[in-house]
Design a protein. Structure first.
Length: 112
């Protein structure tokens, strides 16, 4: 298990993938997915079933390394889920990556 200062160092050096590859995180993520019946929680909230394949840090790891292994977080409005099981598509939407980035994809207009 990485300490908070080690996680901060991984973030600073651009090696966050080491955190996600670590046995402690992988075990916790698998447990979170299993505890939620392998369901993507965003799809479930829309009445759909999609298999969860990853766990999302609601309070992002890079901004809140102290919540790296925490299942919940507390703020002024109460206690909330911190580690959320998601399908790949929903995770991409949250992070606005891939086809959800809002950037137009390059198209090559051939001119004959």
């Amino acid at each position: 298990m990485y300490t908070i200062s080690e996680i901060k160092q991984l973030i600073k050096s651009g090696n966050v993938h080491k955190f996600y590859a670590d046995w402690t995180w992988r075990t916790l993520a698998a447990r979170i997915i299993k505890d939620n019946h392998s369901e993507c929680q965003l799809c479930k909230s829309k009445g759909k079933y999609t298999r969860a394949t990853m766990v999302h840090h609601v309070k992002h790891l890079k901004e809140f390394p102290e919540l790296a292994y925490s299942r919940t977080y507390t703020d002024d409005t109460g206690t909330h889920i911190q580690l959320l099981p998601l399908c790949h598509d929903c995770h991409e939407k949250i992070h606005e990556r891939g086809r959800y980035s809002g950037k137009e994809r390059f198209t090559n207009e051939e001119k004959w």
